[in-house]
Design a protein around this ligand. Structure first.
Ligand SMILES: CC(C)(COP(=O)(O)OP(=O)(O)OC[C@H]1O[C@@H](n2cnc3c(N)ncnc32)[C@H](O)[C@@H]1OP(=O)(O)O)[C@@H](O)C(=O)NCCC(=O)NCCS
Length: 331
């Protein structure tokens, strides 16, 4: 039987807004300290958008960056998947807004909601179109303006997140090298541990939902922490074992950046040496759907990710959503 066509990443582009909030800025807003934030999370600073800049704006910048690096125009794209939990608005979709901003006539696309796992879910979704042959050039973007849904008086959540975007282009891998396999799982029993209760069909926006701060991120940090440490390790081990790969075979581990302690605990459990683990949470905080493409860029910039490397991606997010991807790096 002939090998099925694989999808591979042929370009990567990223964007973070220029404005930076460091931990000392938070000391002036809430009862916290640089020392607490750094030791409990690993975060030093994060980028945030200015008023009026939305998720689609960051997504469009990341898309332009990826297109330029690939030497393509927006019209070359066949499909677009935008992973986000902070769409500009309920509808139209952020994908429609990005398509329009890019001027990519004839493009098809949609949004995908899976919180912090949304990039790996969108990556796999985009890959399916390439693998089936229905679409040749698929762009996948992870973009989130988390600052738009944070309560900057709640020290337990506001210090954790930042804004940013990352985009990749997926195309067929004629040489058979690219995305190899994935292991994804959703677990709605954990929905109450991390959510934004207001504004949807259950709790439509009213003065009361605003007064009760229901349009902000609500989180049981410890419950999310424990689940993340357990499940990120579980999906990584399952994926590696199914593919006959050991931790020693992995050249680069690019995890979702929610907390440095979660990343280190997962790497330890899976047996991944520290020098293989990409951490940039210190610079960006948790940018939700953007963490993995931003970390891919960091890994390349630092010379820790090279063409041909075997790469493991992993994430846990609100939902709960869990995901891991095994791929050969092709840039
Ligand atoms: C949020 C998180 C950093 C909190 O760290 P923690 O070690 O679990 O801290 P706890 O929640 O147990 O709180 C410990 C104390 O620190 C306090 N605290 C919380 N945030 C604080 C802050 N920013 N500054 C100072 N103190 C803070 C708490 O109020 C608590 O005080 P108490 O003991 O007097 O009640 C951690 O639980 C976490 O990272 N969870 C996962 C979050 C995540 O990944 N979310 C996104 C999913 S993709």
């Amino acid at each position: 039987m002939s090998e099925r066509v694989r999808a591979k990443i042929t370009a990567l582009g990223t964007y973070v807004p220029p404005r930076v909030l460091n931990n000392h800025d938070f000391e002036k807003m809430v009862e916290t300290s640089d020392e607490w934030i750094l030791t409990r999370t690993g975060i030093r600073e994060r980028h945030v958008v200015d008023k009026g800049v939305a998720t689609s704006d960051m997504a469009t910048e990341a898309a332009k960056c990826a297109l330029a690096r690939r030497g393509m125009t927006p019209k070359d794209l066949d499909a677009l998947v935008v992973a986000t939990v902070t769409p500009d608005m309920f509808f139209p979709s952020t994908a429609c807004l990005v398509q329009h901003k890019l001027g990519a006539q004839g493009l098809w696309g949609f949004d995908l909601s899976a919180a912090c796992s949304a990039f790996v879910y969108a990556l796999q979704t985009g890959a399916q179109f390439v693998m089936s042959g229905t679409h040749k050039k698929v762009m996948v973007i992870g973009s989130d303006a988390m600052s738009s849904i944070l309560d900057y008086t709640d020290r337990a959540t506001c210090i954790l997140f930042g804004d940013g975007a990352g985009a990749v282009i997926l195309e067929a891998a004629e040489d058979g090298v690219g995305l190899i396999d994935f292991e994804h799982e959703i677990d709605g029993a954990g929905g109450c541990s991390l959510y934004m209760p207001g504004g949807g069909s259950l709790n439509p926006s009213t003065h009361e939902t605003v007064d009760k701060k229901m349009h902000f991120v609500h989180q049981d940090g410890q419950a999310v922490f424990k689940y993340a440490v357990r499940k990120m390790g579980d999906v990584c081990e399952k994926l590696l074992s199914r593919n006959g790969v050991t931790a020693a075979d992995i050249d680069c581990f690019i995890p979702h950046q929610a907390n440095q302690r979660i990343i280190k605990a997962t790497a330890d459990r899976v047996g991944l040496a520290p020098e293989k683990v990409i951490i940039n949470i210190d610079r960006y905080g948790n940018t939700t759907a953007a963490t993995i493409p931003l970390a891919m860029q960091t890994a390349m910039d630092e010379g820790r990710l090279k063409k041909g490397d075997l790469v493991l991606l992993a994430s846990v997010g609100a939902g709960f959503t869990v995901g891991a991807t095994l791929l050969r790096w092709t840039l």
